[in-house]
Design a protein around this ligand. Structure first.
Ligand code: SF4
Length: 196
């Protein structure tokens, strides 16, 4: 008999409940405990498509299995076949299901005006224009072409007034463009978390 794939093994463990329960009961296991343990497997595997993926959150790149039913994501878990993470996910990766299904997830830009106590919706284009204008203004006001270091005047062409902090969901190409942009503006404090 050829070896079972993981999916076949889990499917048989979950759906062949009569056989499986009978077998484990014969071994002395509590059938209710076994039934409780196998029910989620059936829920997860029945009529689902399993899509291997990679956690979007950080550079570790842990493997994930996404369970999809009727075009909707119903579960995310660690991929035991991943040589990087071997089925494990940290709390952030384990909660990535929420990234797509949580109705409370913020999907619009919000702006809190200086001195205000409330956040208000703002159009993405308006937010981007405001950020660009403030970056330009701050950069122009704080740009230094030269600095005196150990009594010598040297060219620095920088601003120490703005920092760029990239998130782990930025891919390598975006990080590259981000670093180019900020170095071109004279930015010194640039931090990105590279992704694979
Ligand atoms: S956020 Fe956690 S689960 Fe995701 S890749 Fe990083 S370590 Fe892995």
């Amino acid at each position: 008999m050829p070896p079972l794939s993981r999916r076949q093994f889990l499917a048989r463990a979950g759906f062949g409940a009569g056989t499986a329960l009978g077998a484990v009961t014969a071994l002395g296991a509590d059938p209710e405990t076994v039934r409780a343990a196998t029910t989620p497997l059936g829920w997860k595997l029945r009529e689902t498509k399993v899509v291997p993926s990679v956690c979007p959150y950080c550079a570790v790149g842990c493997g994930q299995l996404l369970h999809v039913r009727d075009g909707r994501l119903i579960n995310v878990e660690g991929n035991p076949d991943s040589p990087i993470s071997r089925g494990n996910l940290c709390p952030k990766g384990a909660a990535s299901f929420q990234l797509t299904v949580n109705p409370d997830r913020q999907t619009k830009c919000l702006h809190r005006k200086p001195g205000a106590t409330r956040w208000e919706p703002i159009a993405l284009d308006d937010a981007m224009d405001r950020i660009a204008a403030l970056v330009k203004k701050t950069r122009d006001e704080t740009f230094h072409a030269t600095a005196t270091i150990n009594g010598r005047t040297v060219t620095v062409n920088n601003t120490l007034a703005i920092a760029s902090l990239g998130g782990a969901t930025l891919d390598n190409e975006w990080n590259y463009a981000q670093a180019k942009l900020w170095r071109g503006l004279g930015g010194v404090f640039i931090e990105n978390q590279a992704r694979i």
